[in-house]
Design a protein around this ligand. Sequence first.
Ligand code: SF4
Length: 260
Amino acid sequence: MADLRLPEYGNDGSGEGSPESDNPQTGGMVRIAETFASIQGEGKLSGVPSFFVRISGCNLRCSWCDTPHASWSPEGPVRSVEEVFGEVVASGLRHVVLTGGEPMLFAGAGELCRRLRALGRHVTFETAGTVYLDAPCDLLSVSPKLSNSTPWGDARDQAGSWAARHESRRLDVSVLGRLLELNPEHQLKFVVRAPEDLEEIESLLGRLPRVRPADVLLMPEGVRLPEPESVAWVVRACIERGWRYCHRLHIELFGHVRGT
Ligand code: SF4
């Protein structure tokens, strides 16, 4: 495994600048937080055995991020796409999940996606949908960030600079709309905290190309299984709108631990 150090610029995984021109993780190299075989825990393919490639680095800093080792404190060695591709193929698993962090920031994610699909692998690309990358996939899994994600007052962001950046970046309706149109097989997973979030979701959906209700998923926030009262209002909202409730099967099966 190559253990190259990134240039100083971009070491915080912030994705500053243009991903295509400035990001140092181009030329077939990408920082990898972790790779593992497990079952998909969320969304339409929940329960499907899959190989996960978690790319390190994110342009956002969600207050409730459950993978801070790929966002707030990006970890992992910089590896060649060739090497990661070989590891995925060797797993023998047909379903592959490219996740993060924000994989759309890194050209290597697009390259990996194309090579795996050429080999007949099914690729799910998980993203917050704020950055465009040419990476056609089999399932685009977008998790647009609501205002409940902004880390106001977060101890990890004493100066508040990340909160301001996060708030200005967390939604880009034109990028999101373009990604949805280019990837007709998609799902929108919303992390929700309170019933007030529903209005925000409906407002966003009203600004996007038509999204099928069955492609909208609501997932109660948390790294533990939700309390019954959280489940109740989310289920009710799904029934009323034709949306789907999104369970976190991996949390139920394994708890909140890495590599699952
Ligand atoms: S976009 Fe995803 S990886 Fe980035 S901070 Fe938010 S939850 Fe974490």
